[in-house]
Design a protein. Structure first.
Length: 336
């Protein structure tokens, strides 16, 4: 990348930026490849992807492909042909056989044209809830008038800005349960959410600089945090992490903060934390002060900044004492 003045030390490499003279501006640790860039032009912390993004001025997805090319690694995906993405009028009546979760590396990837039939317009009720138009624009949120659904495209976590693994639609029909209308419905070919982490593509750089990622359940929760100028949140689309999502989050080399919705049992939260321990520093947000209304099933991200930041500040570190509490609970479950 045209850095110069490269010098190797016992635990790190030092170098100057391409247009700089400070030969210690770049510091890359040998054990983790963590990166610190300190100069009059740049002041960033992160990983090797951060270094490429900074020097080349490109997105995380493009930096990922760039590094694959340098290292001679294969980077491939199945590009979807939108012409073949025809609607099946009987799809709603077809039963889907539930299978053990598997990772399909050949999941189709769509480009921006997949959104052309939807209106580029924020949904007013979401705006009232705190999802700002600039957040909708960043995450390419749209609206479908004929389906009465908010259109939520899901970017491939390690792809370019215009690479999506699919689109889901959230209904705007009041009392949708009474009419047997699903809250969420896939507007593209079915894709397993468990292979992706929503918001990571958009928030990668901020997460690296902050040194932690807050793992939420819902996509809207990520949008709310981004609307409050907080780019450290991601969503898993469930209250349980898949093996692939754990692998993705571990690869970030940052603290993982598990922040599930109100009402989730604390031992379930500990089980999710245990998936990262002791490989990564992991903690969880738990409302011990009843700041979130009981029975509301609200996310910590739904709270005002003052409450959210308080809960984040007082998050619980998952350590050996927490692990013992989990093991004791699991033993009691077995006995019962």
């Amino acid at each position: 990348m045209e850095c110069h003045g490269l010098h190797e030390y016992p635990t790190e490499w030092r170098a100057a930026l391409p247009q700089g003279n400070n030969k210690t501006a770049i510091c890359v640790k040998k054990d983790t490849l963590s990166v610190a860039i300190r100069s009059s032009e740049e002041n960033r912390r992160g990983d090797i992807f951060t270094l490429v993004m900074t020097i080349k001025g490109i997105s995380f997805g493009k930096a990922n492909k760039y590094l694959h090319n340098i290292l001679g690694l294969k980077y491939s995906y199945s590009k979807s042909d939108n012409k073949d993405n025809k609607k099946d009028p009987l799809a709603i009546f077809k039963k889907v056989k539930r299978q053990r979760y598997t990772i399909d590396k050949d999941v189709p990837v769509y480009d921006d044209s997949c959104m052309k039939e939807y209106t580029d317009l924020p949904y007013i009720d979401w705006v009232r809830e705190g999802v700002m138009p600039f957040a909708c624009k960043r995450f390419n949120i749209g609206y479908s008038y004929d389906r009465k659904r908010i259109v939520i495209p899901e970017r491939k976590w390690d792809g370019d800005d215009n690479e999506y693994i699919g689109i889901s639609g959230r209904t705007t029909v009041p009392n949708y349960e009474m009419f047997d209308i699903p809250k969420f419905f896939k507007l593209s070919k079915t894709y397993p959410k468990g292979i992706n982490v929503y918001g990571l593509n958009e928030n990668y750089q901020t997460i690296q600089e902050a040194g932690y990622a807050v793992v939420l359940e819902a996509q809207k929760s990520v949008l709310k945090r981004y609307s409050r100028k907080d780019g450290t949140a991601v969503a898993i689309g469930n209250c349980e992490l898949t093996e692939e999502q754990v692998r993705i989050l571990i690869s970030l080399n940052v603290e993982i903060v598990v922040a599930l919705d109100e009402g989730i049992d604390i031992n379930h939260i500990r089980q999710e934390c245990d998936k990262f321990y002791p490989i990564r520093k992991v903690s969880y947000i738990y409302d011990r002060w009843d700041l979130i209304k009981k029975g509301s099933k609200d996310s910590p991200a739904d709270m005002p900044n003052k409450v959210y930041n308080f809960l984040l500040k007082h998050r619980v570190l998952y350590d050996e004492s927490e692990r013992r509490k989990l093991r004791d609970w699991q033993e009691r479950q077995v006995k019962n």
